[in-house]
Design a protein around this ligand. Structure first.
Ligand SMILES: [Zn+2]
Length: 103
């Protein structure tokens, strides 16, 4: 997986693959705020990986916005929809950002 970094608030979160995350801890992914790390299970398929990274990114967004106590169900549901909206509208996001740049 090529190096992925996301700026969230004033921090840069790095995505790293961790062998055995699923086997040892029964997790597809996790985020740690102290070192701004999103850990992901490398054996996941590409689509699942994207979904998990966006899910962890949502946790990071909420944390950076000051929500220390997060509702896992809300993050899971919203993460699934946000994954779909981003994935199905990449060209539109490009257009939107081009409009912003040309102003
Ligand atoms: Zn979660």
């Amino acid at each position: 997986m090529s190096e992925l970094k996301f700026t969230v608030g004033s921090n840069v979160y790095n995505v790293v693959e961790i062998d055995g995350l699923m086997r040892k801890y029964d997790l597809y992914g996790q985020v740690t705020y102290s070192d701004c790390r999103i850990e992901i299970e490398p054996s996941l398929g590409a689509t699942r990986k994207t979904n998990v990274i966006i899910h962890e990114l949502l946790h990071a967004c909420l944390f950076e916005a000051g929500y220390d106590d997060q509702d896992e169900e809300l993050v899971r549901r919203l993460g699934n929809v946000v994954t779909q909206v981003i994935g199905d509208n990449l060209a539109t996001f490009d257009k939107l950002l081009e409009m912003e740049e040309s102003e």
